[in-house]
Design a protein around this ligand. Sequence first.
Ligand SMILES: *Cc1c(COP(=O)(O)O)cnc(C)c1O
Length: 379
Amino acid sequence: MIPLSIPHLGGNEWKYVKSCLDTGWISSAGKFVDEFGESVASFTGSKHGVACVNGTSGLHLALELAGTKRDDLVIVPNITFIASLNAISYTGAQPLLFDICPDTWQMDLNLLEDFLASEVDVIDNQCIHKSTLKRISAIMPVHVLGNMVDMDRLLKLSEVYHLTIIEDATEALGSRYKGQHAGTFGLMGVYSFNGNKIISTGGGGVMVTNDQALAHQFKHLSTQAKVSPDEYIHDQIGYNYRLVNVLAAIGVAQMEQLSDFIQKKKLIDRYYRNELAGVGDISFQKVENEVDHNCWLFTLRTSKMRSLLKHLNNNGVQSRPFWQPMNQLPMFSDCLYAQKDNVSNQVYQEAISIPSSIGLSECQLEEVVETIKSFFKTE
Ligand SMILES: *Cc1c(COP(=O)(O)O)cnc(C)c1O
């Protein structure tokens, strides 16, 4: 089986993990924890980076620190991984769903602009949803598959309507818009190092921000809000959201290879786009010129998605459909959903992700392409 997206451990992972084990520094006080956060910050051009146990916990904490509270609304695209909405839900706020663009598969900013122009009032620097009188406290753009929306336009809207941006950049480490890294546009941005992401610590996350106080509070809240290093004194209800040193050690080693990984992902992307153009009714995700895409997970569209999916998985090429749109899930079916043509569902019916691991050989890439071509020949 050619796997969809698996970690690539090609550098100092073993050495750094061994040093944790040899010295006994396996838990959350070891030196790799800070080093990992700092290396992600310096790579992305942020002032601060703080590691946490996974991307979901990072998004939760970031929202809480940004002041999102029970009964607020948080704007989020309808096509994302469930974790974005779970993080919003943990704060007691409710997702306010927006449909996506048919070509880029990112949040539709035309819809957003129209909605804000007609459905909200700004009162005392707060964005109030007119029909429910709820406060819209934040907007969580999700850089789906590492692609990005027109960030200039999003920033302008967020300023006019007093919306704090918390970026779900969990898939987008290394992606840039006009040269600036995904995750660094908002008040805070969060990356994930889950097993299938562009680099992995097995599980992990890093929050980046330019605000020193927020970085400090993030660390504080993620470590049970413990005030003193020596005594059990706490000043808030905190969380046990720390990353442990063994995993951070893997992260430091993975960061050393990230630039090479991105190069390889780009080669995979280029190869698939060249080889699969014109095959059946296949179309690709559009990436705007301003976006330098990390090419995390190659995903294409075809009206034959369901049968292609079966064909690939039966023939040793692991493939996956896209996420079921959030408005179709029972927990979120009552959420407000701004849409015109329910593009989310169209993309969901047609999108399929194919193998994109760093370690793929040329042979394997050819096999993926041949297996797809053979499907369309017999169609
Ligand atoms: C992976 C992912 C997350 C969550 O990250 P974890 O580290 O798995 O908790 C959140 N949002 C999106 C869009 C993701 O792809």
